[in-house]
Design a protein around this ligand. Structure first.
Ligand code: GLU
Length: 446
């Protein structure tokens, strides 16, 4: 395989799909060496097949807003790869959603899901519907209209959507209600991230953030460091940021920054329960601003227009959106002494930022390893649904711990360089790739 040749061909076929091309390029560069040691992969054209989704559904979603006006959005579901299990991955509602964004997310999901140790293929879906400023009734009508189109293409053993940016427990509830009405079957396991009274798993809401901190703990332990007393800057204030802030605080770190599109909140005293609870209130308000946090808690200061990376910290945790930490941000963090960065958002760092962290020799780990605890716990939700039982929070948390430890071990196995530096990007990509490639090979040319 020649990365340049494959990339040139992809750019020709999918011009301007920048996020998708970026995600593919990163994986291909990581696996090139290992891939070329396996002529059977080359013969079966594994890479050429793996970089294209199995299929894409695109549909119109029409709904009526509170003023009685008719609105039309675009909806998508991208079933990327089903070599190791049914399609699995979240749904994103955000005004910038387009096929490139969902293809990058579906591609990443395929490798991430392979890392979880559970049998799940990769998928992603979403809409350019913008939840900001929408009423609860509008969100409900949109979710219902979205599911009206989607329901026939998903199922507990076919494709299992979940939440992502702009989609949480409320949206999953509305989508599930409509699914059930249309399918005339309960099919509990058709969506994950459900409410606790109707098939949801304990710890699922916390899982992405908690899992990320378990991963960071392992990464730090391997490097002989501790999270105790470390300062942590987090971007975002949604579900993932909340879970990460909660666990980081519990482990003895000080979360000194959270941020939103409007700016950063500098929080020098760290979090407490009241502040963590208020993050949930902010997210549920649908306003997408973080400034009210500093109005409510006078020990915190709001700095408009600034990113979380402008705050001096030991550990940087991007928890919001792709490419939210660029080369300049990385340079600022490094100049301020940051010694660990872990992507909790999908592809949170640009390639320039990753290169800066790695050449500075600091700890860096990619989203597909760090944030895999979310989808892994979705996998545990599916298992409980299939068995018609529910596990205790302690049981789920213990399984999540084990999974994050396994992912960390896989990264170390495939990513340790001759000089001893652990390239977690390479490790995660190779580990995920080997599993999916082997499955594709054994299943023939399909
Ligand atoms: N959206 C999350 C992710 O990026 C969770 C997906 C899921 O639970 O299926 O992994």
């Amino acid at each position: 395989m020649k990365v340049q040749t494959i990339m040139a061909e992809l750019e020709r076929k999918h011009p301007g799909e920048n996020e998708y091309l970026q995600a593919v390029q990163e994986v291909l560069e990581s696996i090139e060496e290992v891939y070329n040691l396996h002529p059977e992969f080359e013969k079966a054209k594994i890479i050429e097949r793996m970089v294209e989704p199995d299929r894409i559904f695109t549909f119109r979603v029409t709904w009526v807003d509170d003023r009685g006006e008719i609105q039309t959005n675009l909806g998508y579901r991208i079933q990327f790869n089903s070599a190791i299990g049914p399609y699995k991955g979240g749904i994103r509602f955000h005004k910038a959603v387009n096929p490139s964004m969902l293809k990058f997310l579906g591609f990443e999901q395929t490798f991430k899901n392979a890392l979880t140790t559970l049998p799940m293929g990769g998928a992603k879906g979403g809409s350019d519907f913008d939840p900001v400023g929408k009423s609860d009734a509008e969100i409900m009508r949109f979710c219902q209209a979205f599911m009206w189109e989607l329901w026939n293409n998903i199922g507990p053993d076919t494709d299992v959507p979940a939440g992502d940016v702009g989609v949480g427990g409320r949206e999953i509830g509305y989508m599930y209600g409509m699914y059930k009405k249309l399918a005339r079957e309960y099919n509990t396991g058709v969506l994950t991230g459900k409410g606790m009274t109707w098939g949801g798993s304990l710890i699922r809401p916390e899982a992405t953030g908690f899992g990320a901190l378990y991963f960071v703990e392992h990464m730090l332990a391997k490097a002989g460091k501790s999270i105790q007393g470390a300062t942590v800057a987090i971007s975002g204030f949604g579900n993932v940021a909340w879970g990460a802030a909660t666990k980081a605080t519990e482990l003895g770190a000080k979360v000194i920054a959270i941020s939103g599109p409007d700016g950063v909140v500098y929080n020098p005293e760290g979090m407490n329960q009241q502040k963590l609870d208020y993050m949930l209130v902010l997210r549920a308000s649908n306003q997408n601003v973080v400034a009210p946090f500093a109005e409510k808690f006078p020990d915190a200061t709001f700095i408009p227009g600034k990113k979380a990376w402008s705050i001096k910290c030991d550990i940087a945790l991007p928890c919001a959106f792709q490419n939210e930490l660029n080369g300049d941000d990385a340079a600022e963090l490094l100049a301020n002494g940051t010694w660990c960065a872990a992507e909790v958002s999908n592809m949170g760092c640009t390639p320039e930022a990753i290169a800066a962290f790695q050449s500075a020799g600091i700890l860096f780990a990619p989203g597909k390893a760090v944030n895999a605890g979310g989808v892994a716990t979705s996998g545990l939700e599916m298992t409980q649904n299939a068995m018609h039982i529910s596990w205790s929070a302690a049981e789920v948390d213990q399984k999540l711990h084990y999974i994050m430890e396994s992912i960390h071990a896989a990264c170390v196995k495939y990513g340790t360089q001759e000089d001893g530096y652990i390239n977690y990007v390479k490790g995660a990509n190779i580990a995920g790739f080997m599993k999916v490639a082997q499955a594709m090979l054994e299943q023939g040319i399909v």
